[in-house]
Write a protein that binds this ligand. Structure first.
Ligand SMILES: Cc1cc2nc3c(=O)[nH]c(=O)nc-3n(C[C@H](O)[C@H](O)[C@H](O)COP(=O)(O)OP(=O)(O)OC[C@H]3O[C@@H](n4cnc5c(N)ncnc54)[C@H](O)[C@@H]3O)c2cc1C
Length: 403
């Protein structure tokens, strides 16, 4: 029997497994596919050390309406999907109240500000340096007005959290990124963040490190999870304790054990495109809510959030995102026939859920990393491992949102 069975081999699962292993725990990871094949593969690849403030819902009815009408392509939704998410969205809106939001952001900042420090030794030990660029990303704007507002925000973020940034005007941005031929007013260069040129590849490198250090990864179905003696069993693996790190699939499993976790499932899409013109850094087209990320596979265009019941075969956000990106630079045809889609596991309180399940001994939860789980997996994994090995204060404030 192993000490800990970790369900899910995304960035959250690997982050937890490596941190537990470092504390002497004998761990097995179970996944139905393989490491880094799902959300932790399909993201924009930015290790977002500047994202100290999580995404809140706008509080004013006008801003909410604009968002709902698809302004800026940030959000698209299927009205039929709303009833299923109404409770979670209401909680999200309530948690976005300035006083509650400030408390969540303070804790979020603590996590984000230590995230690169948690990745660094893993990247080095996994020999994954070739996948990492350490020169930040562009938050680009089309209009002068939006750029001015972004500069004000950047100044506040620098003053409050110390995040380094530089403002580039249209011409200096063009010199730095000659592949961008479309008209931009300029950009905020956030120079602190890092970027992975193959996000799934980074998770797979962490998985190899976990195995080299004595861990094992097995293929199996987490929905077979059941109590077994004094411990747990799933997919034929027995362990004293279990960690649920199934990202967007976690609430469905927990429901079977009588727990209700409202989740705002924000779907995102991406496609890769062929093309000679290359960006030097990832570029967020902030007014069109797309990220253009140079990846090993080609230019990856990733979209904003879609609230829908199932992935659209011809997603509107992806079509609009591709069109917007083509206004900025020249690139070739898509490399895939259909867009990839995945779901950001967003909890209404905007913080990941890390705690022991209140009514099940030895069951721990580690999911709900929302928009920044690729960044946060190792640092919250560290917090979880500290809590599981006796320092329960490590997860103070991260235990909300379970009913
Ligand atoms: C378009 C997009 C862009 C993003 N950009 C960024 C970014 O730039 N930076 C950033 O930090 N974050 C980003 N994110 C968010 C980030 O990708 C997620 O928060 C993170 O990947 C979640 O990791 P996870 O390990 O919790 O989930 P996952 O990576 O989805 O892992 C869950 C695992 O559970 C497994 N699983 C599910 N069900 C079962 C089952 N029944 N049995 C066995 N295994 C099962 C799956 O196979 C999967 O491997 C983005 C997300 C999207 C969608």
């Amino acid at each position: 029997m192993s000490d800990v069975l970790i369900l899910g081999a995304g960035m959250a699962g690997l982050g937890a497994a490596l941190a537990l292993q470092a504390r002497g725990r004998d761990c097995v990871i179970l996944d139905r596919t393989g490491p880094g094949q799902e959300t932790s593969h399909g993201n924009a690849g930015i290790l977002q050390s500047e994202a100290s403030e999580p995404y809140a819902l706008p509080r004013s009815p006008i801003s909410l309406l604009r968002m709902a009408l698809g302004e800026g392509n940030a959000l698209s939704f299927d009205p039929l999907a709303l009833p299923a998410q109404a409770g979670a969205l209401l909680r999200y809106w309530m948690a976005s109240h300035p006083a509650r939001y400030a408390r969540a952001a303070a804790l979020y900042h603590q996590l984000i500000s230590t995230a690169l420090g948690a990745h660094a030794p893993l990247i080095a030990a996994a020999g994954a340096d070739n996948l990492i660029q350490r020169d930040g990303y562009w938050e680009a704007y089309r209009s002068e007005r939006a750029l001015d507002a972004a500069e004000t925000t950047a100044r506040r973020m620098a003053r409050t959290y110390g995040h380094p940034y530089t403002i580039f005007g249209s011409e200096s941005l063009q010199r730095a990124e000659p592949a961008v031929t479309g008209k931009l007013a300029g950009a905020v260069l956030w120079s602190g963040p890092w970027r992975a040129s193959d996000p799934g590849g980074l998770v797979q490198a962490y998985a190899r490190l976990f195995e080299q250090r004595g861990g094992s990864i097995v293929t199996g179905d987490a929905t077979t999870l059941a109590p077994h003696g004094a411990g747990w069993k799933a997919g034929g693996v027995e362990a004293e304790q279990v960690v649920i790190a199934l990202g967007p699939w976690s609430p469905a499993l927990l429901r079977r054990f009588g727990y209700r976790v409202p989740m705002v499932a924000k779907r995102g899409y991406h496609m890769h495109f062929k093309g000679a013109a290359r960006l030097n850094r990832a570029l967020v087209d902030a007014e069109r809510s797309i990220v253009l990320s140079p990846m090993r596979q080609g230019l990856r265009i990733a979209t904003g959030a879609e609230l829908s019941r199932k992935a659209a075969p011809h997603p509107r956000q992806m079509r609009r995102g591709e069109k917007a990106a083509r206004e900025l630079m020249d690139f070739g045809p898509p490399l895939e026939k259909a867009a990839w889609s995945g779901t950001r596991p967003c909890l209404p309180g905007m913080l990941p859920l890390i705690r022991q399940a209140p009514r099940h001994r030895g069951m721990w939860l580690h999911f709900g990393h929302g928009h920044q789980g690729f960044t946060l997996g190792p640092v919250t994994g560290e917090r979880l491992a500290r809590a599981m090995t006796g320092d329960i204060s490590a997860i103070d404030g991260l235990d909300q949102g379970l009913h």
